[in-house]
Design a protein around this ligand. Sequence first.
Ligand code: TXA
Ligand code: MG
Length: 325
Amino acid sequence: MNCEITQNIRAGADLIRQGEVVAFATETVYGLGANALNPEAVARIFEVKQRPHFDPLIVHISHIKQLDELTYGLSEQAEKLAEQFWPGPLTLVLPKRKRIPDLVTSGLDSVAIRIPAHPIAQQLLVASELPIAAPSANKFGCLSPTQASHVAEQLGNEIKLILDGGACTVGVESTVIQCTGEIPVLLRPGGISLEEIEQCVGPVRLAQIEDYAESNSHLSPGMLPKHYAPRTRLMIADQLNDVPTDGRKGLLSLFPLEETFLKGHQFSAQEILSPAGDLKIAAARLFTALRNLDAAGVDQIIALRMPENGLGRTINNRLERAAVS
Ligand code: TXA
Ligand code: MG
């Protein structure tokens, strides 16, 4: 590993301005950033991530006043969402201006934009004076990084700098909402719950996991069903009756299970996301817990389904996409 792990914002901003990629902390997950207006720099992101070009990137900005350079004709709903949730774990898909390279948006006429809240991300955006395109800083299809060390493990040989901001407090990616039509569409559940979104703008349409299946889906071409996956096979269960009793198994659950619920199952590794059943805390711990189970050398990870409300919906989405074989 030859990359530097630091909080040196100036060094990061200089690299971005020189057309290099830099990994940096955000409140959701670590991002792998490059100058969003420079196609060669953006191409480096796809190369390092081994990401297919049909999967478009999110453009990060530090302040809402930069929105005008990248998009136009903001709908009333988009305005409300931006006002309530930015800076924060919300990404809006909006009409794209021509100056954004097609590589960023995979040729779509919309662009995904987010204002992150994390001070490291904010300072990098301000110091570089550029919009920064950034996907999560992991190899395509793998678990998203929520600590600088996760990035170093996967990408440390290929990038020069990781801006360390500690463990991500939200821990799952941003909520992606398309605001180009009449009714907003939830493309990806994320760090802001559906309930919070609907409280702000009323009912939204939910993109179904099947919508993601076609790589040319007009909704969101990058939202493949298989994603966010540990190396170990993962099965989602509502109760342990559904689970085979053989093999070395690891258990992921929201809170500790009663003996009676265990039904005689033995687990050689166990990760409890939040003993108090707090779904925000559970989301923040999700990817680290999956990494730990992956490292435990089990044959299979059994994930007990979360309640389908608040950030439970986001966690279930990530688990479902990890369980696709
Ligand atoms: O929290 C996050 O969103 C993190 C941090 C780094 O900001 N980023 C992130 O990026 O998760 P990524 O590339 O892993 O996910 C971006 C998602 C993809 O599923 C992609 O398909 C969707 O946003 N997306 C990007 N541009 C889009 C567009 N124009 N229309 C529809 N979906 C788009
Ligand atoms: Mg990602």
